[in-house]
Design a protein around this ligand. Structure first.
Ligand SMILES: *[C@@H]1O[C@H](CO)[C@@H](O)[C@H](O)[C@H]1NC(C)=O
Ligand SMILES: *[C@@H]1O[C@H](CO)[C@@H](O)[C@H](O)[C@H]1NC(C)=O
Ligand SMILES: *[C@@H]1O[C@H](CO)[C@@H](O)[C@H](O)[C@H]1NC(C)=O
Length: 370
């Protein structure tokens, strides 16, 4: 018993630290060089800081502002991490702002990003177009459309006369996706009980699944999903998805688009279904523990716990955790035994690209601002 306690103590000492201090400071004209995990695009430093906060392993970042003059890396948000959680060096530099993840500061509240950025384009990720009188009206349409996360508006003096007043509604994922799903003896994986979506509706959904059915063709996107129910969540979140097929062997969720017809065929390998729209889906899908499944990667940190149920509770309690994997004593490498890995991906609005375009303006949905 004593040995076990010491062992547990040692293991938690070794785990990547979760107890870093809350540091909200933004350091202007400063680079935290090196230690890059990746870069993403952001229209401003506040958005970049939130991306770092939502990224599983980011501890600090450097944002290249639009007034940067050395090259054209404007709007690059460099996400960074070191074992200590602190930058190894700090270098003064014009046109960049650096700061820290807010993981230690707050609950994971949904960000209100109310600014409309002048002379900025968010290219790509379009799913619907219309013409509106001004950028504020474009933003209102985006706020009211459940799928819209951000928009770009071509102003009255936009260079291409044919697309003046055009409002582009754009989508990015706002639900948990599990980037890698692999079979692994001794691993058990599942979701936080707090992951939910479609909070705008009070009507309950009829869950529509077609067992042992394929809907061949019309794929526009395929991504991992652990169950047909998880695949249905992804299809429901995507504005272009008209129906889907989930393969139970590959864990691939095929999102399909054909609003004109739906042709089904029998298959042993798959389950198909329809998205839910304008209704509140029950969260039962998220309470299932998937035995023999590893949601590999996307780790925030790990803790040592007794069993998969305790791991599920840890994930639900942690405001940043979206999904987890627990390793029991059937995992081949004993170093992993009893480890509960808490995991997440970015679910805030994230434009695939941000660029300077004269007389265009861009911004985010105000759904989280009320
Ligand atoms: C942007 O708008 C200004 C003011 O109307 C106009 O003078 C300018 O030519 C426009 N620039 C482009 C690139 O469309
Ligand atoms: C799990 O992910 C890590 C990187 O995150 C990778 O090196 C490893 O090969 C992956 N394992 C499997 C089984 O996919
Ligand atoms: C390991 O697997 C065996 C056989 O599948 C099972 O009986 C046992 O409960 C498992 N052990 C743990 C700790 O889950």
């Amino acid at each position: 018993m004593v040995t076990r306690l010491i062992l547990v103590g040692l293991l938690s000492l070794c785990s990547p630290s979760s107890s870093q201090e809350c540091n909200r400071a933004l350091v202007e004209n400063m680079d935290f060089p090196g230690s890059d995990i990746t870069f993403l695009y952001s229209p401003d430093v506040k958005h970049c800081q939130l991306l770092c906060t939502q990224h599983p392993s980011c501890s600090f970042f450097t944002f290249v502002r639009p007034d940067w003059t050395r090259d054209d890396r404007h709007f690059h948000c460099y996400l960074k991490s070191t074992p200590s959680g602190q930058p190894n060096t700090q270098t003064p530099i014009q046109g960049a702002t650096s700061g820290f993840s807010l993981k230690a500061c707050t609950r994971d509240q949904k960000p209100c990003l109310s600014e409309v950025y002048q002379n900025v384009d968010f290219p790509g990720a379009d799913y619907r177009f219309l013409f509106t009188a001004d950028s504020k009206e474009c933003q209102r349409v985006c706020t009211q459309d459940p799928a819209c996360q951000f928009f770009t508006f071509a102003q009255e003096n936009f260079s291409n006369k044919k697309t003046r007043y055009k409002c582009h509604l754009k989508f990015s994922w706002n639900v948990a996706r599990t980037p890698i799903i692999v079979r692994k003896a001794g691993a058990t994986s599942g979701f936080s009980h707090k992951v939910h979506q479609t909070e705008y509706f009070d009507k309950e959904c009829q869950r529509k699944l077609f067992p042992s059915t394929d809907i061949p063709g019309n794929d526009f996107l395929s991504l991992p999903a652990v169950s047909p129910e998880h695949c249905q969540i992804l299809c429901s979140a995507h504005p272009r998805c008209t129906y889907f097929t989930h393969n139970r062997y590959s864990f691939i969720c095929y999102l399909k688009n054909n609003p004109d017809e739906m042709v089904t065929s029998a298959t042993e390998a798959g389950t198909s279904g329809l998205p839910h729209r304008s209704c509140q889906l029950d969260g039962n899908w998220a309470t299932v523990a998937h035995e023999g499944i590893d949601f590999n990667g996307s780790d925030i940190r790990y803790e040592v716990v007794d069993n998969a149920e305790a791991c599920q509770r840890k994930c639900t309690e942690d405001p940043h955790c979206q999904f987890y994997t627990y390793a029991d004593e059937n995992v081949s490498d004993r170093n992993y035994w009893h480890r509960c890995y808490l995991k997440r991906v970015i679910t805030m609005p994230a434009p695939p690209k941000v660029t300077k375009v004269t007389n265009a303006s861009s911004g985010f949905s105000l759904k989280n601002c009320f």
